[in-house]
Design a protein around this ligand. Sequence first.
Ligand SMILES: NC(=O)c1ccc[n+]([C@@H]2O[C@H](COP(=O)([O-])OP(=O)(O)OC[C@H]3O[C@@H](n4cnc5c(N)ncnc54)[C@H](O)[C@@H]3O)[C@@H](O)[C@H]2O)c1
Length: 379
Amino acid sequence: MDIVRYGIIGIQGVGETHLRLAQKHQKVELTALVDIDSDAVKYQAQELGIRSFTDYRDLLDADLVDAVSIATPHNLHGEIGLACLNAGIHIFVEKPLANTVSAADAMLSAALLSDLKICVGHQYRTYRTPQRMKEIIDSDILGPLHRILWTWLEFRPDSYYKRDPWRTNWRQAGGGVLLNQTSHDLDLICWLAGAPVEVSAQIGKQLHSYLEVEDVACATARFEGGALASFQGSVNQPGAFSLRQLAGDRAMMVIQDVKSLTGDQTDEILLGHYGDALSSLTASIEPISGQPPITWESINTEPSSTDSPTGHELLLHSFVMAILQGGEPYVTGQSARTTVEFINAIVLSALKKRTVELPLDPAEYDELFSKLVNGEMSL
Ligand SMILES: NC(=O)c1ccc[n+]([C@@H]2O[C@H](COP(=O)([O-])OP(=O)(O)OC[C@H]3O[C@@H](n4cnc5c(N)ncnc54)[C@H](O)[C@@H]3O)[C@@H](O)[C@H]2O)c1
């Protein structure tokens, strides 16, 4: 194979980005579009001179694609993703990988069985600020991580939910501010700090009483390396003063007012160096209220001079090249599973009012999730 025959399932919203990028990729031949909006999909396919379908199952039978992008409401990622994998088709699935860790596991097993690729739309990992943060962590400037403080704050008016009713309920959206808006940030936290091993949380509804799902979440987590994290996400506040602080044994990294990471923009990262490891300064500082000195360095995450692609363009390219040449896409299904498990654990902890240890019991979450979907339990 030297070209990937490609389909898009869910062509409006972010599916349009997948369509545009697939169209211009030299190793991709766009062959089919699927959407339940029959007028939209027919019109778009006619414009491109390719086939259209309103039921994804008809695409699976048509032998038209080697790979697809899935950009539908969340509940369909697991269902459509698994059906594609079982039909021998590689998938680039939008975030979240699935609503539940059990659905994610079914997809991962199917991919493994047939040697198929899964790429997930966590493109924030490709942006310059998270990239710089990752470089700083990997270069061990911070030393072992002790603490993470991370907020994500933006406003979503009622019109947002009226336009896309699927975002309001457990069955389709699978969750609110966690699975929808902050799955990118929770993904970044796991990408930077490793897997969470213990979670305790509160979630709720503050401004959107008509939602089934949460519009605010606060969680604390312990990570595999020992770091303790506090996370707050809310769609009930203007988008300002989102904060990221990752504090290690030798230095801390702070981004004081994070702009939305929906684009690849510049942020100022402050690096505070202690000059020595805090773990040794505890023994050497004599005055009982003595504070280790901090030397601040400002790092501006300017665009890279190479102008290399980021975001979905980079993800799609990595996906296509993994299919053609082997290796893994930039965001693997396995790494995105960690994010789904983290989010499921936050919901489980909040609703069961207890600390949740990971690995999460998928069956326990499925039972809770089914009660939420069936209305036997609510926020
Ligand atoms: N990575 C990102 O930054 C990013 C940005 C936006 C959305 N997303 C994700 O992309 C997915 C879609 O979100 P959106 O904002 O584009 O939603 P949307 O509602 O704007 O678009 C969803 C599309 O899926 C279609 N659809 C619904 N059911 C379908 C079915 N059974 N078969 C085929 N098509 C179907 C709809 O008609 C629509 O065209 C979600 O998972 C969302 O979280 C990711």
